[in-house]
Ligand binder design. Structure first.
Ligand SMILES: Cc1cc2nc3c(=O)[nH]c(=O)nc-3n(C[C@H](O)[C@H](O)[C@H](O)COP(=O)(O)OP(=O)(O)OC[C@H]3O[C@@H](n4cnc5c(N)ncnc54)[C@H](O)[C@@H]3O)c2cc1C
Ligand code: SF4
Length: 483
């Protein structure tokens, strides 16, 4: 433990966000630089608890107290080493993770629910370690010394597929990652906006992977099992891309899109995207992170107004009784996109899209709802209309796409509609494994990386017929967040 009184002397501090009026004129990340000395002081707040609950909060089992101590002592290279021991891509999680580790930090407990404490800025320390390692030339290709002669196909290049590929390549297998989009990265590339993570971070990591020997085949959809003939093992990592729809009158009007019809275009074309919010009244249906990404994007494109609708009531500011420390609580959060403007409306449900004479949406009808008898019921007399030239559905995803590869392979699905797997991440088809959202359902990047690492461990064991795994497997397929 670095400084035994660190948490008493230093308050929690995170980097400032760039001024709103400046940052919505560009697509760059929103945070200002954070000086190394300040990071070292923040790391010194870590108490190196006897039982570091943050380890359990992080699906990767990141060695948080170890790298906090190394940062406090100024050993940034040592800290990067310990960070990479459990996480292939800390520059992704350090920017994008909602940091369940911080909700589990012991410094968060100052009352029976863990409400008012100030946890260590774990995520911020993480991103500073890895950014500095890149800047100092400390992140280099780790080329395997021996080759096994086995070949592995990874289908899908999101964080799960990339983590699996890097682990398997480094173990000496010849890995090819197939991606149907024109560029590699999955949701990191075309879902998550640039202002949350600039794509240069992804490209830099992909260059490292290529130098290590991973092959990438972008623009290649794998639609049949015949395309996988000749590979000794397969990892399915195609995500959970079937979006939940809203079957209300007017759904087919022009101007009503799924969020994932909008965000990839914005990621490709920015303000010149063919579907643009410029000058429009935008309504986003869904109060989660995908909705917030639409919000930040719409503002950058110059929307006239943006309203985000959520069927659930507004969450409390502090932990609820049934979500005590160290769980990740449902509380009212203000993301950078929310700070940039727009209205958030809670406990409402859309009843109809209203069109103009040309078949384009011009308004949205909604009603307030109350949760009664296990369902959301409309509150009589609360129906009203919002101007709406562009609507985005951001209501989550229901599972993997079944037509094409999955049906041709004949893999089975679990009760939730995800690709079924056993305790070793193997599907019902021998030699075919599954990792990430495709097996878990819609989740987080940190879980996708943890699953990719774990699946890789089992693939390696399967290929080399090892009695026990040689690679780390941080999570079982059945592991779930602490709730
Ligand atoms: C808009 C949005 C924002 C998000 N923001 C965050 C965030 O800030 N933080 C966070 O932790 N999580 C976030 N998430 C969730 C996170 O992005 C996902 O949980 C994660 O990307 C899942 O990784 P994955 O590798 O399983 O799949 P994906 O990232 O979905 O990648 C799957 C890839 O497989 C490809 N593919 C599918 N089928 C085939 C095929 N047959 N042949 C070839 N390629 C195929 C797809 O094109 C895709 O590129 C967000 C999700 C969305 C939709
Ligand atoms: S990956 Fe997420 S949960 Fe793990 S240490 Fe980083 S911010 Fe915390």
């Amino acid at each position: 433990m670095g400084d035994p009184k660190g948490f008493l002397k230093t308050a929690r501090e995170t980097p400032r966000r760039r001024p709103v009026d400046v940052r919505i004129t560009d697509w760059r990340e929103v945070y200002e630089p954070f000086a190394a000395e300040r990071t070292e002081r923040q790391a010194a707040r870590c108490m190196d608890c006897g039982i570091p609950f943050c380890h359990n909060g992080c699906p990767l089992g990141n060695l948080i107290p170890e790298w906090n101590d190394l940062v406090y002592r100024g050993d940034w290279a040592g800290a990067a080493d310990r960070l990479h021991a459990t996480n292939n891509f800390p520059e992704f999680t350090g920017r994008l993770c909602p940091a369940p580790c911080e909700s589990a930090c012991v410094l968060g407990i100052t009352d029976s629910r863990g409400n008012t404490g100030e946890p260590v800025t774990i995520k911020q320390v993480e991103v500073e370690i890895i950014d500095r390692a890149w800047a100092d030339g400390g992140v280099v290709p780790l080329v395997p010394r021996t080759r096994t002669g086995f070949t592995v196909a990874v289908v899908g290049s999101g964080p799960a597929g990339l983590a699996a590929a890097q682990q398997l390549t480094r173990a000496g297998h010849q890995v090819t990652v197939f991606e149907r989009d024109d560029a590699v990265g999955g949701l990191l590339r075309y879902g998550i906006p640039e202002f949350k993570m600039e794509k240069r971070h992804l490209d830099r990591r992909l260059a490292q992977m290529e130098a290590e020997g991973t092959r990438f085949a972008a623009g290649v959809p794998v639609d049949s099992k015949a395309q996988l003939d000749g590979f000794d093992a397969v990892v399915l990592a195609g995500g959970a891309r079937v979006a939940r729809d809203l079957p209300v009158p007017g759904r087919d009007l022009s101007g009503v899109y799924q969020a994932m019809e909008f965000l990839p275009l914005a990621n490709r074309h920015g303000a010149d995207a063919p579907v643009s919010a410029a000058g429009k009244h935008v309504v986003i249906i869904g109060g989660g992170d995908t909705g917030a990404d639409c919000l930040g994007t719409a503002h950058r494109q110059g929307a006239a107004s943006v309203t985000q609708l959520e069927i659930m009531p507004r969450p409390p500011k502090a932990r609820a009784e049934n979500q005590p420390w160290p769980t990740y609580p449902m509380i009212f959060r203000v993301s950078s996109a929310h700070e940039e403007g727009g209205d958030r409306v809670y406990a409402v449900s859309t009843t109809k899209f209203v069109g103009d004479a040309g078949g384009a949406v011009r308004a949205l009808r909604l009603t307030e709802v109350a949760f009664e008898g296990g369902r959301f019921a409309p509150v009589p007399g609360t129906e009203r209309e919002l101007p709406c030239d562009l609507a985005f559905l951001a209501m989550g995803f229901t599972g993997a796409e079944r037509p094409g590869l999955l049906s041709d392979l004949g893999v089975e699905f679990d009760a939730r509609g995800n690709v079924a797997r056993d305790a070793r991440y193997q599907t019902t088809v021998p030699g075919v494994f599954v990792a990430g959202d495709m097996g878990r359902g819609q989740s987080l990047i940190v879980w996708a990386i943890a699953e990719g690492r774990s699946a890789a461990s089992h693939v390696d064991q399967y290929l080399r017929a090892l009695p026990r795994p040689a690679l780390p497997a941080p999570v079982a397929p059945t592991a779930r967040p602490l709730v």
